[in-house]
Write a protein that binds this ligand. Structure first.
Ligand code: ATP
Ligand code: AH0
Length: 381
């Protein structure tokens, strides 16, 4: 296998808004180029079916008929995204397929990403690396966040300490200290609660441009109650499920739509401010859909010490970063490089992860047989 592979990374995040796909060239340690990217939204119906699974995931069997049906729909949407990128890409070696998290309970050694890797492989004719979190969780790690590997690979020099903050459905951060050491955790809610609240009150899937929150005032009493959750006093590593703070929607139930949105936005920001960091970052670079919400960005600027900037100021694409990350992690998996480490996920030692499926391929690409075969291969007899 040549050291460098062209990958398509795929992420279907906790916002459940759709699939992001992005091409990079990487050896799993360095990133040599960034290629095309695209996002394909899910239909409202698929979004709602996936959301219903999240609500029931703890009690669902792996082969539940609705799980399999939603998994198939989601996988076919991923295949559409890959095939659209392949139409203009000269050559791609491998797909990094995160899938859709419907349950994340590392304390119970469970994390569940739905997605049919064999179907994706046969629909695209490419090898697929998937199931990135299970090995870490089985070893006692949090299974998340995994993006710090990618952030650390991308960031060169510049000011330190620095934080990369992803505001997706859940918010997570990577902190790189002055000595280069990397720390990470999920900080708390990202956009997910705001999305649910906006949908309930406006029928629109998110609080577009923060319009609702901008017109309201945070309810400080409710905010303090929300922030008294023990999660915020825990040291890292720590990670969250999309539904971890869903009771916040009950707490703001009697607020006006505007005040409720303002309170939930303030909850996201204050949880970030309280993230347990060894030092204060000189700068915070923000990626994920939350950076498109001016209320979140302005409140972060007022609350945090250090500059708050979109990752575009580093020349990165903040909407492609997570998808790119899973292409990067796919190559790390093929090379059996660590996907997790004590200071990031709390795994007892740096360990690799991910599984390879080649169901769509005859013959199997030669490089896959050249000593880089991960454990747990499906589709290779
Ligand atoms: N113009 C906007 N105004 C307000 N919010 C926005 C805007 N654009 C995007 N968002 C928010 O960004 C979200 C999508 O963000 P993103 O794609 O980063 O999430 P994700 O990848 O699903 O999450 P995660 O990082 O948790 O996996 C939307 O659900 C919405 O809340
Ligand atoms: C279990 C799971 O899917 N976690 C996601 C989620 O979305 C944001 C945050 O919670 C983060 O911990 C993680 O995703 C990113 C890509 C990560 O692993 O770094």
């Amino acid at each position: 296998m040549s050291a460098m592979l062209t990958t398509i990374g795929l992420m279907s995040g906790t916002s459940l808004d759709g699939v992001d796909a992005a091409i990079i060239e990487t050896d799993g340690e360095r990133v040599f180029s960034h290629g095309a990217r695209l996002s394909l939204p899910y239909t409202l119906e698929l979004r709602q079916r996936a959301r219903a699974l999240l609500d029931r995931a703890a009690d669902l069997a792996l082969d539940d008929a609705e799980v399999l049906a939603v998994e198939r729909e989601i996988t076919l949407r991923h295949a559409e995204a890959v095939n659209a990128l392949l139409a203009d890409a000269p050559h791609v070696d491998v797909i990094g397929f995160h899938g859709q998290t419907i349950l994340h309970a590392p304390a119970e050694r469970r994390t569940w990403q739905i997605g049919d890797a064999a179907l994706l492989s046969s629909e695209t004719g490419l090898p697929v690396v998937h199931d990135f979190r299970s090995a870490d969780v089985a070893a006692g790690g949090q299974g998340a966040p995994l993006a710090p590997w990618y952030h650390a690979a991308l960031i060169h020099g510049g000011e330190r300490p620095v934080a990369i903050l992803n505001i997706g459905g859940v918010a997570n951060l990577t902190f790189i200290d002055a000595d280069g050491s990397v720390h990470a955790c999920d900080t708390g809610p990202g956009n997910a609660l705001l999305d649910d609240w906006a949908f309930r009150h406006t029928g629109v899937a998110c609080d577009v441009d923060g319009a609702l929150a901008a017109a309201g005032t945070p309810r400080r009493d409710i905010l303090e109650r929300l922030l008294s959750d023990p999660y915020f006093s825990l040291p890292p590593p720590k990670s969250l499920d999309r539904l971890s703070f869903v009771t916040a929607l009950e707490a703001v139930r009697d607020c006006s739509p505007e005040d409720g949105a303002a309170t939930l936005a303030a909850f996201t920001v204050e949880a970030i401010r309280r993230a347990p960091l060894p030092n204060q970052p000189l700068a915070w670079y923000v990626c994920g859909g939350g950076r498109h919400n001016p209320v979140l960005m302005e409140s972060l600027r007022l609350s945090l010490q250090g500059a708050v900037r979109p990752v575009e100021d580093l020349g990165w694409d903040g909407d492609a970063l997570e998808a790119e990350c899973f292409g990067f992690l796919a190559v790390r998996s093929l090379r059996r490089l660590p996907l997790s480490a004590p200071s990031v996920t709390g795994a007892p030692a740096p360990i690799s992860g991910g599984r390879l499926t080649c169901a769509g391929l005859t013959p199997i690409p030669k490089w896959i047989g050249e000593g880089l075969r991960p454990s747990g291969i499906h589709g290779i007899s």
